[in-house]
Design a protein around this ligand. Sequence first.
Ligand SMILES: Cc1cc2nc3c(=O)[nH]c(=O)nc-3n(C[C@H](O)[C@H](O)[C@H](O)COP(=O)(O)O)c2cc1C
Length: 368
Amino acid sequence: VARRRTLEIRTLGELEAAAAALLPEAIRGYVNGGAAEEVTLRENHAAFGRWTLRPRVLEEVRTLDLATKMLGAEVRAPFFIAPTAYQRAVHPDGERGMARAASHVGILAVFSTLSSDSLEAIARAAPSGPRWFQVYLQPKFVDSQALAERAERAGYSALVVTVDTPVLGSRDQQLASGFAMENPVALGNGRNVVSPPRPPGGPGPRFPLEGGSEASWELLRRLRETTTLPLVVKGLLRAEDAQRAVEVGASAVIVSNHGGRQLDRSPASLDALPEIVEAVGDRVEVYVDGGVRRGSDVLVALALGARAVGLGRPPLWALAVDGEAGVGRFLGLLSSELATSLAILGRRSVQEVDRTDVRPAPLGRSTS
Ligand SMILES: Cc1cc2nc3c(=O)[nH]c(=O)nc-3n(C[C@H](O)[C@H](O)[C@H](O)COP(=O)(O)O)c2cc1C
């Protein structure tokens, strides 16, 4: 039954609806919720509606090329699976199913520190990758280093350090849904590995961040020096921070507000993309995630200077609906939408898409 439903799914919107119908309320709140009033969550989508694509006609588009390179690795399309925690909470295939589906079609998948399977088991499930490991800096720096070493040994080809989470955001929808932050499923990477701390509570003049991480630009530099893997800094929204990331040795940055789950009223990631591309785009690769739901969204982000875009919730919806097969279906859908849009835009290759392919939408146009 589930399989038939997957094949009938035509858009990521339908995938979202199918997952919503099937997931228990608490898990749905965990996956779909954002921070506080969810202004940023909504803005992540709305921002794409503020751009128009400018098709060019009568171009030769009989062969379409979606392939690109991310830090030297060939990928079949300019989108990747962003890191999300606890994947087995949505389906027993978990991270291993996600890894196999992505690897099968040559799409990059990034796996979270808070995975339900161990990083080694994920690597064994899809040995050829491409695959990166996302690091949450740990209360003690030695533990962050240990994670980095394990990822390197297990064949991950980059470390994505998420820097937007000194504490978890106020996830109101998630809390209202009854999702308990503490260990919804066992963590795969061992008991030493912890999640960023919950928001501080209680009255008082000072708020000690219990379980807070040792995190600083200097530690990022140290991490960079202790690993041979390239460093990708995830969760930037300001040009100055992107510049600092490059100064400490990052090879790429991901413009991201964590899917609207951290600071409500922070900008849509697409809105922050241009200033970061302008600041560091000539030195490092720039990616963006947040609110990408259509092939045409991918094109807008590429036109504004992103090399590739990440998706967080859609692959989880796909996993929820039909495990590994569902993720395969999702990747196929997004690829064919992207190919369709690319052809009609009048470009043969995603690498040809540039700033002339977009223009701000006329003021007053309603956004998505
Ligand atoms: C359920 C869920 C769990 C997430 N867990 C992590 C995580 O463990 N590490 C991390 O860096 N980002 C995490 N993120 C953020 C995603 O990597 C990504 O930035 C975001 O989901 C992109 O927005 P989108 O969901 O609109 O595509 C999570 C997002 C969701 C929805």
